[in-house]
Each structure stands twice: as structure tokens, then as C-alpha cells.
Write a protein that binds this ligand. Structure first.
Ligand code: SAM
Length: 351
């Protein structure tokens, strides 16, 4: 590791902030094993007084694979005619949550493609019923871009958190990942609306998406520093065979781990998942994610018969397991590397 990297890591650990050019320098050097190890040591030290060795779990319910968007990277894109589409009814969603509750989940993440079938009334009904059935649980929505009015109704119905990855903080890069019908400005405006309406907000991006550079990554890190999201979802880009990015290389384990550590240092109490995509590119990806500073895992609660249809990328893990198996497996994996899965809503703890 060179002197500049070492100075920058110390500065980040101390100030939780760097300048754009400084983030770019670190992002350009993440192939350096020693740099990543030092970043990870600092990240664990920053996490320890807040979360100890506790890991929060979220029960992920992927309730619709329909999507009106055509993101170039995603297997659910509207143009992928081979994607098998499904929708879960309110009853099916509630029964996934009931089973999850029995298994110790106290947060449910309802995720889907952007599916116009789920009108505001329908989603409000689902959130209201879920909250009535499990008032001690947090509800996270991840259903894409909607109007401010729609977000306001969902918040009033009891949704606590919202995950909307910003995907990239560089508008030109955004335009190279999405069709012209989608706009970076709108994405950012949705994130601001969600924040103003009182949601705990999750931003995030794919690591190694086509066209990503140390400069675009620096913009992502500076955005996280400025926006201070409560959560940040990052995982490697993994190609899907039926997308325009089918032949692009996947993001790397090393870069993802280095970025997890940097994000932990930017905001020590951030909720930071070790994602399924990370577990997909490496058999120990999620465990290594914890060692790099993550503190959240999101096992799948979707019914077995639909899991293999929610394929954002090729090779997605855990598509054959049942919810209980998934939960047990992750608990064991976490315990083996010294982490303790807790039965808790998993709200951010104060730094
Ligand atoms: N429709 C909602 C939205 O746009 O936020 C939620 C579902 S969307 C499929 C969830 C996330 O999956 C996206 O924000 C994107 O970062 C990630 N994703 C999509 N395709 C991916 C791929 N090929 N590799 C890794 N992550 C991917």
C-alpha cells in the first residue's frame, strides 16, 4: 500500500469524509490486498461499538417479476420475453410474512419490478394488512420509482423504509445503463421525496457495472457522504444472458469488499447488507462481506415455486431452498465467522 492510500484511509476513519479526488484514488487502488485489509480493519473497528457482532436479517419477499422498465443490466427487463412473470396476491404475501415471523424475522422487504398492476390502493392495502398482522415488524418497500403522492400514501399506511438504489451518481453513466425513458434526475428526485416523507432510505449501486470507473465510483461515494442514507445496498453487477450486457464481465469480489469498507467508514451506523449477488460470485461472499464491514443479510422468503423466476442475473443462489432452510443456513454461516443473527427490527443504532 502506498503512503497516499494509507493517509487517506486514516483520514476517512477519522473524519468520515473525503474529497472527490481522494475517493477516486482509493477506488482506483482497490486491487491492492493490503489497502483492502487496512480498510476492513478500520471498518470493523467503526462497526464494533455500534453493532458489536450482531447481524440484522430482513425477510425478502419478491412479490412480482413484471417490470415496465428496460434497464440494460436486469433480467426482469420488459424486453426479456423469456422471463417467466408472476405476481403474488395479498394473501400469498401475508402468508410468506407469517412464516417469516415464526422464523424470527422482524423486517419484511417487499420487492418487485416496476409493475403497474400494483396500484396505490393495492399496495396500501398490502402494507396496511401486513402492519396489522405484525405491528412489531418494520416494512421495507423496494418497488421502484413512484409519484410523491404514492410514496406519501404508502408511508401513511405504515411503510417504514424504502430501498431505491441510485444505481450511479454520474448522470452520463446512468444514461448508459438505462433507456432514454428513464432519468437520473427523476431517480434522485424520488430519493429526496422519500427522505422528506420520513422513510428510512436505502440508496446503492452495482459494483462493476459496465462503464463504471474510479471517477463514477468517487461520485457514488461522495453522494453517500452527502445524502447519508440509512441503508446502502451494494453488490457486484452479474451479467444476465438475455440482456444487452450479457457479455460484460461481472463486478469483482475485491472491489465490492473494498467499497463496503469505505461505506462503513463514511457512515459508521449505516445498515449495509452482504448481498445475494456477493454470495453468487463467491461461495463465501456474504461471510467476506461481514468481515469487510456489512451488518445485514436478506434471506429469501418468497414461495419456492416463484423463486427461480425472479432472476435479475445468471447463477443467482438460494433459488431452490425453502425459507426456513435459507434462514438456518445463513445463521450457521454467520455463526461460523463469529456473527450473531438477532431477532430484531434492525433499526439503525446511534453511532
Ligand atoms: N424495481 C425496483 C427498483 O428499481 O428499485 C426493485 C427491484 S430491482 C431488480 C433491484 C436492484 O437489482 C436494482 O436496483 C439493481 O441494482 C439490482 N440488479 C438488477 N440487475 C442486476 C444485475 N444484473 N446484477 C446485479 N444487480 C442487479
Amino acid at each position: 500500500m502506498d503512503t497516499r492510500s494509507s493517509e487517506l484511509v486514516s483520514k476517512l476513519a477519522e473524519d468520515h469524509a473525503l474529497a472527490l479526488a481522494e475517493y477516486e484514488y482509493l477506488a482506483a487502488n482497490l486491487a491492492d490486498d493490503e489497502l483492502r485489509e487496512v480498510l476492513a480493519e478500520h471498518a470493523r473497528a467503526a462497526r464494533e461499538p455500534i453493532y458489536g457482532h450482531d447481524v440484522f436479517v430482513r425477510g425478502l419477499i419478491e412479490f412480482s417479476s413484471f417490470c415496465k422498465n428496460d434497464c440494460y443490466y436486469c433480467g426482469l427487463r420488459a424486453s426479456n420475453r423469456a422471463c417467466e412473470r408472476y405476481r403474488l396476491t395479498q394473501e400469498q404475501i401475508l402468508s410468506c410474512a407469517d412464516m417469516g415471523y415464526e422464523l424470527g424475522f422482524r423486517t419484511f422487504v417487499l420487492q418487485s419490478g416496476e409493475d403497474p398492476h400494483y396500484t396505490d390502493d393495492l399496495l396500501v392495502g398490502i402494507v396496511t394488512a401486513l402492519k396489522a398482522a405484525h405491528p412489531d415488524c418494520a416494512i421495507t418497500l423496494s418497488v421502484g420509482e413512484r409519484s410523491r403522492e404514492s410514496y406519501a400514501r404508502l408511508r401513511d399506511a405504515g411503510a417504514d423504509r424504502y430501498l431505491l438504489r441510485h444505481e450511479t451518481a454520474d448522470p452520463d453513466h446512468y444514461a448508459s445503463l438505462h433507456p432514454a425513458s428513464m432519468s437520473w434526475e427523476r431517480r434522485m428526485s424520488c430519493l429526496r421525496d422519500l427522505r422528506e416523507l420520513g422513510f428510512a432510505v436505502g440508496a446503492g449501486f452495482m459494483v462493476g457495472s459496465p462503464g463504471q470507473t474510479p471517477a463514477t465510483l468517487a461520485a457514488d461515494l461522495a453522494f453517500i457522504q452527502a445524502f447519508q442514507p440509512e441503508m446502502c445496498g451494494i453488490g457486484p453487477f452479474v451479467p444476465h444472458h438475455a440482456t444487452p450486457f450479457a457479455d460484460e464481465p461481472a463486478g469483482t469480489l475485491e472491489q465490492t469488499l473494498g467499497l463496503l469498507s469505505i461505506i462503513r467508514l463514511i457512515k459508521p451506523n449505516i445498515l449495509l447488507p452482504a448481498t445475494t449477488a456477493l454470495g453468487t460470485i463467491h461461495p463465501m461472499g456474504r461471510e467476506l462481506g461481514m468481515e469487510a464491514g456489512a451488518n445485514v443479510v436478506m434471506p429469501n422468503l418468497s414461495p419456492g415455486d416463484v423463486r427461480s423466476k425472479y432472476l435479475l442475473y445468471d447463477g443467482k443462489i438460494c433459488t431452490g431452498d425453502e425459507a426456513a432452510e435459507c434462514r438456518r443456513c445463513l445463521e450457521m454461516r454467520m455463526a461460523r465467522c463469529g456473527y450473531n443473527v438477532v431477532t430484531d427490527r434492525g433499526d439503525p443504532r446511534s453511532a
